[in-house]
Design a protein around this ligand. Structure first.
Ligand code: FAD
Length: 500
């Protein structure tokens, strides 16, 4: 039953990926007694990049009842088994950050401890070759994992690459079908209650006023409400993650549709390559202190798979987060809440996490500080643990060929990152922190891939009296054999979800 203090109106400011994901999820969760309005301005437009995701997005779509094949078809999507990192730890070196695990743990000690011991004896396969995601990815294969835990085909996970503009359109249809009302217009003013400081209404350029109880700020980098009106403040993390600019450009698709993202380190940043059904998305993320814009655009255009389909488009950003994600009656979701550089494709996930928390901690019109504090506490932890994982990639480089890489390998990093680096360096242990989004296999991939190899194994290992060398060899062979039997990524899409 509705109470006197129930929220009666939600206003979502912005119609980018964040705005429409929020509208779709709230439209699905709220069935009665509360209006949901979304305001967006075609003239201002959206950021229009953000094409790679991580596996939890599947949970978001499933919760909305969206069928995978329908979604992939509608967004020119493809499947992603992980990220290939090229030239990151050292030049002419590559490794894979897989979705899923390396074999399966079956002992007191994690499998990688046996791998480290075998490696020390010179008898270990490549670590990458012990994970199903890479076995399939390097052969250009894809099929969804099985549920049977005894089968190696259950040891991987997957996400998507998609056209973010098409995803927003898809979600718009979904949200409007559930009663969300869209208003086209540019917000010119934000008004606050004189006593509480809460936002009361926004005023459009044409004079129309839109009032609400709860406002979700999805206005992008501007942070129209959270910063423009409430002046919440921002923490700048560029001393740890110095990239502040990017050029993005689509190009013609390559002959093979690879089921993974590629990130190639460049002298002053890195370049992404994201294969979609109809084109390949590319971008060069860089630190403007170390390279000119012209050079950055030139590097991108010189390293495309095929003909560029547009002029390169420049974006600038400040990696960091808002001091609070929820302030008074405004919740900032998406770029208005902060910017995580796209190295591990986590921004859309952070949108999803913001929405899930909002639904789990949905307020009433009292806006209890207890609820708001809990939202911010979890959100800050999530943001900072992802930040730490991304910092790891920069810190663990042995490259000394350019200013950026010399800066990164020498920089001071947050205590939690040093803690994890030291634990792995000493005994190969993968210690976790609360709210870590990326689990032990992800950290293992980056530590090993970027050359943070342990001085010794877990002290328990020699006391176990087994070496499992035969198991490692069998696992490598099994993954190779099983992945050969999978359909190609292209064939899987043609059969199930071709965009046409
Ligand atoms: P926007 O897309 O900027 O949308 C803002 C909305 O607010 C628009 O609809 C706009 O019209 C509206 N608006 C603003 N001001 C007003 C006003 N005054 N009146 C009315 N409406 C207004 N994320 C990933 O998960 N994976 C990736 O691979 C990835 N790559 C990225 C690469 C780069 C270089 C960048 C910069 C970002 C990347 N991201 C990635 C992040 C991703 O693009 C964003 O998280 C996502 O697009 C969400 O943006 P948004 O909806 O918050 O903001």
């Amino acid at each position: 039953m509705q109470s006197d203090t129930s929220i009666r109106s939600v206003v979502i400011v912005g119609g980018g990926t964040a705005g429409w994901m929020t509208a779709a999820a709230l439209g699905n969760a709220i069935r009665t007694g509360c209006t949901i309005t979304l305001i967006e301005s075609e003239e201002i437009g959206t950021v229009g990049v953000g094409e790679a995701t991580i596996p939890p997005i599947r949970t978001f779509n499933e919760a909305l009842g969206i069928a995978e094949n329908e979604f992939v078809k509608a967004t020119q999507g493809s499947f992603k088994l992980g990220i290939e990192f090229v030239d990151w730890g050292a030049q002419n070196h590559r490794y894979f950050h897989p979705f899923g695990s390396y074999g399966r743990n079956f002992d007191f000690l994690p499998l990688h401890q046996y791998w480290l011991a075998a490696r020390a004896r010179g008898a270990a396969p490549q670590l990458d070759d012990l994970c199903m995601a890479w076995a399939a990815a390097k052969r250009g294969k894809f099929a969804p994992p099985t549920q049977d835990q005894r089968n190696v085909l259950s040891t991987y996970d997957y996400a998507y690459h998609f056209d973010a503009g098409l995803y927003a359109q898809f979600l718009r249809r979904y949200a409007e079908a559930r009663g969300v009302v869209r208003i086209e217009g540019k917000i010119a003013g934000v008004s606050q209650h004189s006593e509480t400081g809460r936002v009361s209404h926004v005023t459009l350029e044409d004079g129309c006023e839109v009032a609400g109880d709860l406002f979700v700020d999805c206005s992008g980098f501007r942070g129209l409400l959270i910063e423009g009106a409430l002046q919440t403040g921002y923490q700048d993390w560029r001393h740890w993650l110095p990239s502040d600019s990017a050029y993005a450009v689509p190009c013609e698709k390559a002959a093979t549709l690879t089921p993974y993202t590629r990130s190639t380190a460049r002298a002053a940043g890195w370049q992404w390559r994201i294969p979609l059904q109809h084109r390949t998305g590319n971008g060069h993320v860089y630190c403007s202190q170390f390279i000119s814009d012209d050079e950055a655009a030139g590097t991108l255009m010189a390293n495309l798979d095929g003909k560029a389909l547009a002029e390169p488009r420049k974006l600038t950003f400040t990696t960091g987060r808002r001091n609070l994600f929820w302030n008074k009656n405004v919740v900032a979701i998406g770029l208005s809440g902060g910017f995580m550089e796209p190295l591990e494709s986590t921004s859309i996930h952070l949108i999803q996490a913001g929405i899930s928390k909002l639904i789990a901690l949905f307020p009433d019109r009292n806006f209890d500080p207890l609820v708001i504090d809990e939202y911010n506490r979890i959100g800050i932890n999530e943001f900072e643990r992802i930040r730490d994982f991304i910092i790891l990639h920069y810190k663990l480089t042995s490259r000394t060929d350019s200013e950026l890489w010399r800066y990164c390998s020498a920089m001071e990093v947050p205590e939690a990152v040093t803690w994890k680096i030291e634990h792995f360096r000493r005994h190969g242990r993968l210690v976790q922190r609360d709210a870590d989004l990326f689990g032990p296999p992800s950290w293992l991939a980056v530590h090993v891939g970027q050359g943070n190899l342990p001085e010794g194994t877990d002290p328990l290992l020699p006391l176990r009296g087994v070496d499992h060398a035969e198991y490692l060899a069998k696992l490598e062979a099994a993954l190779a054999r099983v992945s050969e039997g999978l359909p190609s990524h292209e064939a899987y899409i043609q059969q199930h979800c071709a965009a046409g």
